[in-house]
Design a protein around this ligand. Structure first.
Ligand code: MET
Ligand SMILES: [Zn+2]
Length: 764
């Protein structure tokens, strides 16, 4: 019998109950007991949903969390850096402080959070707790057991989940003051007894097996960890609780050579991302006793699964291994998908027929298992019809757009002249001082702005009234920038709800959910747009706002767009054509916008690409292919203008070290880049690679309300000027200011402008 599995499920709860309970607790409106009860109710709802769907292996334990599951593991293992211990907070407050920091001036509490990092190539962020070289572990809390028993008390048998020990240690951070050559993986021997203790307790409580997530196995780094895997799993196998080792987000590649020899009972592989790995994995494990769990239903996209295609793949495995050794399931946890399409009431029935969110995916998993067991359901037949209809829709959507992509020429990927020539033309046109000051685009999104947008949405404001309100805001933002003495101005982006959604709504080819929330980190949820068909731009999108802003400003105004790669990476892409083609469709639409902005008299245009790094494939051998189309897309979108138009780009959020040479290849005239984190890693990168165009490393961190002093900014500029020629330096904050309040914004920018004035006199 083929059985079914779901690796993990969204934590959001119906009506975003998780967010409400947790934020209510932070605000002091919900007691700790109410907080715990609310989360318990969400866990119950999740388990019951999966049980009703008929899933055989229902996850529990380490895949549910109040904030982040990697953080949970650290906390449960007693890894609580001293600075949190020192605050003497309650357990739950210590836990939240580790995730998001804690500041309570009245009580003298001020502690910064642990660092966050992107979880593999998803937009979900894990909290990476600092581990010292002499780190000790204790089982402070046995969450896997607690939640296994919690489900059992509800009459639901579950499969407890934990990060495997090797992946856990590969993802956490080393303490800043730890020796340079220390790596947390060196703590494996000390950590294993904790895992043994947990597994023993689960076995005693009656668990049938445990799910250990070892996603690190899909990275190049995983290949180098064979010895650690052997050691860890030999130890864990002694407990005698069957282990399902799961991989996700990519292919196991060469690592299958040692995985097949691990004493595990089941191996889970991602066949949504990497269907091609199936044959090699089957061949490797066939002579062993290892069962194979096929991750066929995507945990990453929102498309209805093509059940017939999945069934064909699964049948291959069944033919080789026998049905008792094969299971079917989700490719990864479903945490990257929204909860259910059932609550969407603005999408058309046709659109809904294309989609499948977490709850529907659980149904697909069981329908697939049933079909493999000879019980093809009505759902299966309907699925075939829906898939055929979607294919037809996609195929016929807009052939003109596809023709335009096919006709892209090498000339369209290049500016007319090289940077030095462009630079002279731009200097003459823009007439900016040395160390020019600018900002990244957005200014505070005040309550008034959001109220106006909400009213416009509800029809309480006419289009004209709304546009007047936005123009008034722009005018005021321009006046403030003039008063502060900034050089290259922005319109402030008041009209944008979100930097991706705003463009998606004006392009053809996108649809939007109302409640399709996906966790980004902690209680922060986003609603990614969905690309459903060929993308084009029916009309200019930003020109009227930028032109208005320029009309009320003597100083040059910078146009502001979100780049093609970022729009794509922060949306759910189509599955029928490559991301490359989708990105180029977006690039062509943006290219037209860039040209229109220039024609409207905008002399500097910024095309933001903050998400370019996170789309980077997990395996180095796949990097070139991605970076080639990503860089080409940016160039395609920005190369349609004359030499005297200054093209800017902006990056933030991540570690650019490994792709910095490709940032250079974007050939933007000016880039701004996040650099204000204390250790200034970026400077080393400049030293190593150099950079030939203009660059504005952020001089202060906008993620906190803290106002940087003038001296601090001077010091930053001085440090930058030591590695970057002074005449290439631009002065700007780290990122947009939309989440900030006006007071700190004005104070910070005053200091920034003064520091730039000082730099003009004092730095060469
Ligand atoms: C996440 S990058 C944000 C860039 C955008 N132009 C802003 O200023 O908000
Ligand atoms: Zn940014």
């Amino acid at each position: 019998m083929v059985q079914s599995t779901v690796l993990g499920y969204p934590r959001v709860g119906t009506n975003r109950a998780a967010k409400k309970a947790t934020e209510g607790y932070w605000a002091g409106k919900v007691t700790e007991q109410e907080l715990q009860d609310a989360h318990k109710a969400i866990r119950k709802e999740r388990w019951e949903t999966l049980k009703e769907a008929g899933v055989d292996f229902i996850p529990s334990g380490g895949e549910y969390t109040l904030y982040d599951s990697l953080l949970d593991h650290s906390f449960n293992f007693g890894v609580i850096p001293q600075r949190f211990v020192d605050q003497k907070l309650s357990d739950v407050d210590t836990y939240f402080a580790m995730g998001r920091g804690h500041q309570d001036r009245a009580k003298g509490i001020d502690v910064a959070a642990n660092e966050m990092g992107k979880f593999f190539d998803s937009n979900y962020h894990i909290v990476k707790v600092d581990h010292t070289a002499d780190q000790e572990f204790t089982l402070k809390r046995n969450q896997a057991l607690e939640e296994y028993e919690e489900a059992k008390a509800l009459g639901i048998e579950t499969r407890p989940v934990l990060f495997g020990p090797v992946t856990y240690l590969s993802l956490v951070r080393k303490a800043r003051d730890a020796p340079a050559d220390f790596k947390p993986i060196a703590l494996l021997d000390k950590l294993l007894p904790i895992y043994v203790e947990v597994l023993e307790s689960l076995k005693k409580a009656g668990a049938k097996e445990v799910q250990l997530d070892e996603q690190i196995l899909v990275t190049d780094q995983g290949e180098a960890l064979a010895a650690e895997f052997k050691k860890a799993y030999a130890e864990l196998a002694k407990v005698g609780l069957p282990i399902t080792l799961t991989t996700a987000y990519g292919r196991v590649g060469k690592s299958i050579e040692f995985i097949k020899d691990l004493p595990i009972s089941t191996l889970h592989i991602d066949l949504d991302r990497e269907p091609k790995q199936l044959d090699a994995v089957i061949a490797a494990i066939k002579p062993t006793k290892i069962n194979l769990e096929l991750g066929l239903i995507s945990g990453r996209n929102i498309w209805k699964n093509d059940l017939n295609a999945s069934k064909a793949l699964a049948e291959k495995a069944v033919a080789e291994l026998g049905s008792d050794r094969v299971r079917v399931g989700t490719s990864s946890s479903l945490l990257h998908t929204p909860l259910t399409i059932a609550v969407e009431n603005k999408l058309t029935p046709e659109q809904l027929s294309w989609l499948s969110f977490a709850k529907e995916k659980a149904g697909e998993v069981t329908a697939l298992a049933a079909a493999l067991n000879g019980k093809e359901s009505a759902a299966f037949e309907q699925n075939a019809k829906d898939i055929a209809a979607r294919r037809e829709f996609e195929r016929t959507s807009d052939s003109a757009v596809r023709d335009r992509v096919a006709a892209i020429t090498p000339e369209q990927l290049k500016r007319k002249a090289e940077f030095p020539v462009r630079r002279e033309a731009q200097k003459a046109k823009l007439n900016l001082p040395k160390f020019p000051t600018t900002t990244i685009g957005s200014f505070p999104q005040t309550k008034e702005i959001r109220v106006a947008r909400a009213k416009f949405g509800k029809g309480e404001l006419t289009k004209e009234q709304y546009e007047t309100a936005m123009e008034d805001e722009i005018k005021s933002v321009v006046a403030i920038q003039n008063r502060l003495g900034l050089d290259l101005l922005v319109h402030g982006e008041p009209e944008r709800n979100d930097m991706v959604q705003y463009f998606g709504e004006q392009l053809t080819g996108f649809i939007f959910t109302q409640l399709g929330w996906v966790q980004s980190y902690g209680t922060r949820y986003v609603r990614p747009p969905i690309v459903v068909s060929d993308v084009s731009r029916p009309a200019p999108m930003t020109v009227r706002w930028s032109a208005y802003a320029q009309s009320v400003s003597e100083k040059p105004m910078k146009g502001m767009l979100t780049g093609p790669v970022t729009i794509l990476n922060w949306s759910f892409p189509r599955a029928d054509i490559s991301k490359e083609v989708q990105s180029k469709q977006l690039a062509l639409a943006l290219r037209d916008e860039v040209v229109d902005l220039a024609e409207a008299g905008i002399r500097a245009i910024q095309v933001d690409e903050p998400a370019i790094r996170e789309g980077l494939p997990l395996r180095r051998e796949d990097w070139d292919a991605y970076l080639t189309w990503a860089v080409d897309s940016f160039r395609l979108s920005t190369s349609g203008v004359e030499n005297d138009v200054q093209v800017h780009s902006h990056f933030c959020y991540s570690d650019f070290g490994d792709i910095f040479p490709h940032i250079q290849r974007l050939d933007a005239d000016v880039i701004s880049i996040e650099a204000s984190k204390a250790d200034l890693k970026l400077l080393d990168i400049f030293k190593q690679h150099g950079y030939s165009n203009e660059i504005g490393p952020g001089v202060y961190d906008i993620h906190s309300p803290r106002v940087p002093s003038e001296q601090e900014i001077k010091d930053r500029l001085k440090a930058f000027a030591e590695v970057i020629p002074a005449d290439l330096l631009i002065v700007n904050p780290d990122c947009g200011l939309k989440t900030r309040a006006w007071k700190e914004t004005e104070e910070s920018l005053t200091n920034l402008v003064n520091a730039a004035k000082w730099a003009r006199e004092n730095l060469q």
